[in-house]
Design a protein around this ligand. Structure first.
Ligand SMILES: [Zn+2]
Length: 379
């Protein structure tokens, strides 16, 4: 099925892989449809067994958080040689890849080794029959987003028009995944660099649709509910206003977006990007906001790559914090969190005793200095 997006600038084609998983092409260049010479969608001819799902969730009664137990993921592919890359178009390497088309602009598909899937089986029960330990199927969805068919490229190398297509893909997937029964939150993110634990070098990100509100968002909702009770206002909107008023940590400002280093940044490099309008998620952005986002997001990532002298590709995590689906949605507000574990060239910030053991963060860098550096490395 083919759908026009962004005033016809982008075309989405939906198909399925050999094992039944869904795959979506988002094409922004001629002939606007990934496929073979006849412009029909290529068929995945691999002899794959039907996709399954073996993960489950266990409730951590000590923290109130759900933990996904996904042991089958240990079999997943780890840094394969380039000619066996599963994210390159089929035909470029020596084995058929996950993407049957001979070329694509942006493609999204269900992860073959998902921590969460709508195919999860089983019913909620208790570990060892004890009511202290609820257990339920790992229902949800994990998708892979390939930002380009160019294996040796990187997000920061993309032209603005292609970034715009990625934004459209994120928005489209957020909208569809939010509609899945039981999904409570959709998280689009990119891990960049082997320092972050990337297992495939091809430029790609992921989208997780969780059947619970994530711990980070749960904490935010508690703070936002208290703020709403005291002031009647939205916490994230007030934080954005305060950052713009102060200006001390503002990195860049456009017509629709402002980037700032949070006042209590916890990473050695960290910046947030928020829309000026109150929107819950990427799907709620209008075309003008999406167009500008492509520019400012690329600008931020390129600044990150210039942050440390001698480091041309900063390892980073870029994640979209979106309002939950259902209860608490009115307290949430869209923003991007971009951060790095690198504290100096060749030196990683390890999450050691205080952070990993106690959850108490210590940042060696003053947030205002991070902002000053991010302003300094503007193009
Ligand atoms: Zn590749």
């Amino acid at each position: 099925m083919i759908t026009n997006l962004a005033d016809g600038r982008i075309r989405r084609s939906a198909t399925r892989m050999a094992d039944g998983r869904e795959l979506f092409y988002f094409d922004d260049s001629e002939p606007f449809v990934s496929g073979d010479a006849d412009r029909t969608l290529a068929v995945d001819l691999r002899p794959l067994p039907p996709a399954g799902g073996g993960s489950h969730l266990r409730f951590d009664v000590l923290t109130g958080e759900w933990v996904a137990i996904a042991s089958h993921r240990n079999d997943r592919i780890f840094l394969p040689p380039r000619d066996e890359c599963p994210l390159c178009p089929t035909g470029r390497g020596t084995v058929p890849s996950e993407v049957p088309a001979p070329g694509y602009d942006v493609v999204v598909f269900e992860n073959r080794f998902p921590s969460l899937t709508t195919r999860a089986t089983g019913v909620p029960d208790l570990v060892d029959g004890d009511p202290l330990w609820p257990r339920r199927p790992g229902t949800g969805r994990c998708e892979v987003v390939c930002f380009t068919s160019d294996h040796s490229s990187s997000f920061t190398d993309l032209p603005v028009a292609r970034v715009r297509t990625v934004v459209e893909a994120w928005a489209d997937r957020t909208r569809e995944l939010s509609a899945i029964d039981g999904v409570r939150q959709v998280f689009c993110f990119e891990n960049r660099g082997e320092e972050i634990g990337v297992t495939l070098n091809h430029p790609h990100g992921q989208i997780y649709a969780y059947p619970f509100v994530t711990p980070r968002t749960s904490a935010l909702l508690r703070q936002a509910a208290e703020h709403r009770r005291r002031t009647g206002r939205n916490l994230l909107a007030d934080v954005l206003d305060a950052e713009r008023r102060s200006g001390a940590r503002v990195v860049l400002a456009g017509e629709h977006w402002t980037a700032y280093v949070p006042a209590a940044a916890r990473w050695p490099v960290e910046v947030h990007l928020a829309p000026h309008r109150d929107v819950p998620d990427l799907a709620a952005l209008d075309d003008a906001e999406r167009d500008e986002l492509a520019h400012v997001y690329l600008d931020l990532l390129r600044r990150a790559d210039r942050y440390f002298d001698g480091v041309t590709a900063l390892p980073y995590i870029a994640g979209w914090q979106q309002a939950p689906v259902g209860e608490g949605r009115e307290l949430g507000r869209l923003y991007l969190q971009l951060f790095s574990v690198l504290r100096a060239p060749g030196k990683l910030k390890y999450l050691a005793g205080s952070e990993s053991g106690a959850g108490a963060w210590i940042n060696d860098v003053v947030p205002e200095q991070i902002a000053a550096r991010l302003r300094e490395v503007a193009e």
